[in-house]
Design a protein around this ligand. Structure first.
Ligand SMILES: Nc1ncnc2c1ncn2[C@@H]1O[C@H](COP(=O)(O)OP(=O)(O)OP(=O)(O)O)[C@@H](O)[C@H]1O
Ligand SMILES: [Mg+2]
Length: 363
């Protein structure tokens, strides 16, 4: 059951989730909840382009998984009344793959390039030229006799999405006229998203239940919608189908997602840090061993959210629990506990070599 638990609060989409998600996607800017600044900026970019009768500047969307990048790309095309072509970085293995897409674009079309940081390097260079001059150089022949034939392409708008803006080469980043930074959502924004989704799913969600689910959704619409579906399942099987506060709490307790959105692994890590290591500091690999997980799982899956929510701090001497961690787990810190919030935070510093990760004392 461990893996299932994990999926519940993972910001990544599950395998069959894409289909369900498309039904819940807002279709225009007005229905897109939150991200006020991005929405306002984008609306200006789109409106002024439409007024001039030109394709708008290329748009880059950067932000974590499940925050609405794909949704916004579709909205951009819809607002422009333009057709949308969808491809992704991993699908572009050679520059020829990109040339095939670019050369068949129609004027004003929106090209959505998802996971743009994973595109092949030679294709990146082709993309620079296409973005700037609306031209692709098609290479004909091989070796010394090869020639590049310039081919004009229709003016289009590129919408790129990335979870890792830092991995994009500067020349590519610079060619976007506008970058939308997608942030985590506030609880009240998630509540609005939940209410909207409940309406689309045809379920009755009370205000208290919406608030409860929103608070456990890790600032991420995808997780909010997923928790809502699990609460609905619970209500249909065990309740009267209505999603009230008691049903929401019972369902989320059953699925082991706590008030802060922490799941079983997150809590196991916190508990080990507090109980076995008196709040730290402790090296990541030592901590991982004590919860019976690979260091990478702890580092990639659990730690980022624990750090972001202020339960764990990274210090030069290892991971340290904050006062909030003790409170959240209902434990009293020993008088000599080192607090993360007071220790110098320097995440770039590599952790010290801890005790051997598979010592004889491991049980
Ligand atoms: N601002 C929003 N308002 C309402 N629903 C939203 C919003 N943002 C995201 N959602 C919902 O969350 C789900 C995930 O959004 P989306 O697929 O756009 O995320 P993403 O950023 O593209 O994620 P990934 O990086 O995994 O591709 C969708 O079902 C969408 O309906
Ligand atoms: Mg997406």
């Amino acid at each position: 059951m461990g893996e299932h638990d994990r999926d519940l609060v993972s910001p990544e989409a599950e395998v069959d989730e894409r289909v369900i998600e498309s039904a819940l996607r807002p279709k225009n800017l007005d229905d897109f909840v939150g991200q006020e600044r991005v929405r306002e900026q984008l609306s200006l970019v789109l409106r002024s382009a439409m007024r001039r009768g030109r394709a708008p500047d290329h748009v880059l969307m950067s932000g974590g998984p499940g925050l609405g990048k794909t949704t916004l790309a579709m909205i951009i095309a819809a607002e422009l009344g333009a057709p949308l072509r969808i491809t992704s970085g991993p699908a572009i293995e050679r520059s020829g793959d990109l040339a095939a897409v670019l050369s068949t674009l129609h004027e004003g079309e929106v090209l959505f390039l998802d996971e743009i940081h994973r595109m092949a390097r030679p294709a990146e260079e082709m993309l620079y030229v296409a973005m700037e001059d609306f031209r692709v150089d098609v290479v004909v022949g091989k070796g010394p006799g090869a020639t590049a034939i310039p081919l004009d392409i229709a003016p289009f708008t590129l919408v790129g999405a990335t979870t890792r803006a830092g991995m994009l080469p500067a020349p590519l980043r610079d060619r976007f006229g506008f970058t939308a930074h997608m942030d985590f959502y506030r609880p009240e924004e998630l509540e609005r998203i939940l209410n909207r989704s409940a309406g689309l799913l045809g379920v009755e969600l009370t205000r208290e239940a919406a608030e409860e689910v929103a608070g456990r959704s890790r600032g991420t619409p995808r997780i909010a919608n997923r928790l809502l579906r699990r609460v609905r399942d619970y209500a249909e099987v065990r309740g009267d189908g209505r999603l009230g506060i008691d049903t929401a709490r019972a369902a989320l307790t059953l699925y082991e997602v706590d008030e802060e959105g922490l799941d079983r692994l997150d809590r196991a890590v916190l508990r080990a840090l507090l109980k076995s290591f008196r709040g730290g500091p402790v090296g990541l690999s030592t901590l991982a061993v004590s919860v019976g997980e690979e260091p990478e799982t702890v580092e990639v899956v659990a730690e980022p959210f624990l750090v972001r929510s202020g339960f764990i701090a990274r210090t030069p001497r290892g991971r340290v629990a904050t006062p909030e961690a003790w409170t959240h787990m209902g434990l009293v810190p020993p008088p000599d506990a080192v607090y993360g919030a007071m220790a110098p935070v320097e995440s770039a510093v590599p952790e010290p070599p801890g005790p051997p990760s598979r010592g004889p004392d491991r049980h």
